[in-house]
Design a protein around this ligand. Structure first.
Ligand SMILES: NC(=O)C1=CN([C@@H]2O[C@H](COP(=O)(O)OP(=O)(O)OC[C@H]3O[C@@H](n4cnc5c(N)ncnc54)[C@H](O)[C@@H]3O)[C@@H](O)[C@H]2O)C=CC1
Ligand SMILES: O=C([O-])CC(=O)C(=O)O
Length: 311
């Protein structure tokens, strides 16, 4: 099973590292435009093999898409990250052109691949990849909800002082500081609603911290995060390649689900060997419905901005 990761920067290289040491794929190709950069990252990761005990073949190439041929999954992380004080949406001008070109290039060599879009603003870049390639909607998946949900679970675990893996919780909606929706009502500690243990005030603080999770790290690090993003992509790729059919919140094209059409936005999906195998259209309460509609409007506005950028 072969995975190509376009963009060998912080997120791309971390993702390659996790995919390798967890043995998720037999082959990983890193591709970057920076001369020698992907080659260097790949060699560095390969030299972990004897100490961490994996057999994945990792290679790097400079802009040579022929080496990506026959990839089962292609992850797009190419583009610029935000700096402190910026929103993800501000990256649209540069990243749109990069994502469009990259998606077209990878398909020339891997016509049957499933594309995972990571570059920001992710929901808009996913929509762009879908529209510009014309691929069926099950084969274009935006990664955001997996990361936002892991941040939500982390903040819940800190508030509860219990292990994050004992906590089940999900974030839906857009992957933006103001558009994501942590579903506090449905969060549980091993099946027990977290509302049994946490006050409404604490839950609201957890939700607020989750929403600005990426911005907080960008402020601390000077560029956006990579360990949790890379691991989240690997988790998603694992579910595709190994047909795990995990339920993961992903940005996918909706046709009527959650009352929305013609956008890519975070919703709970079953992810398996065919990519998006099912969208779970669960009932939201009135307040969540209103938040989802507002989030969808914001995502739609960014999609509209694409038209002038790509014109
Ligand atoms: N969806 C999500 O949850 C997350 C999204 N991101 C986004 O992922 C993107 C990458 O972030 P980082 O890895 O931190 O940035 P980075 O700057 O470390 O890496 C980006 C890489 O893309 C390469 N690149 C640029 N144009 C390219 C092209 N045309 N072809 C091939 N490679 C190209 C650059 O040379 C660089 O090595 C950003 O847009 C960031 O906002 C980051 C974290 C989470
Ligand atoms: O915050 C950013 O710009 C990168 C990202 O999407 C995240 O870490 O959630």
């Amino acid at each position: 099973m072969k995975v190509t990761i376009v963009g060998a920067g912080n997120v791309g290289a971390t993702c390659a590292d996790v995919i390798s040491y967890r043995g998720i794929a037999s082959e990983v190709v890193l591709l970057d435009i920076r001369e020698g950069f992907a080659e260097g990252k790949a060699l560095d990761i390969m030299q972990c093999a004897t100490n961490t005990g994996f057999n994945t073949k990792v290679s790097g190439v400079t802009n040579d898409y022929s080496k990506t041929a026959g990839s089962d999954v292609v992850v797009i992380t190419s583009g610029i990250p935000r700096k402190p004080g910026m929103t993800r949406e501000e990256l649209i001008g540069i990243n749109a052109g990069i994502v469009k070109t990259v998606a077209e290039n990878v398909l020339k060599h891997s016509p049957d691949t499933i594309i995972v879009v990571v570059s920001n603003p992710m929901d808009t870049m996913t929509y762009l990849a879908l529209k510009s390639t014309g691929l069926p909607k099950n084969r274009i998946i935006g990664m955001g909800g997996a990361l936002d949900s892991s941040r939500f679970r982390t903040y819940l675990s800190l508030a509860l002082d219990k292990p994050a893996n004992d906590i089940s919780a999900m974030v839906i909606g857009g992957h933006g500081d103001t558009t994501m929706i942590p579903l506090t009502r449905l969060a549980s500690y091993n099946g027990i609603p977290v509302t049994e243990f946490l006050s409404e005030e604490v839950l609201q603080k957890v939700a607020a911290d989750t929403m600005v999770g990426g911005a907080t790290l960008t402020g601390l690090l000077g560029t956006s995060a990579w360990y949790a993003p890379g691991a989240s992509v690997a988790y998603l790729v694992d579910s595709i390649l190994n047909d795990q059919k995990k339920m993961i919140a992903c940005s996918v094209f909706v046709e009527g689900e959650y009352g929305q059409n013609d956008i890519c936005i975070g919703v709970p999906c079953i992810i398996g060997k065919n990519g998006v195998e099912e969208i779970l259209d669960i009932a939201l309460n009135e307040q969540e419905e209103a938040l989802f509609a507002k989030s969808a409007d914001a995502v739609r506005q960014m999609n509209d901005a694409l038209k002038s950028i790509l014109a």
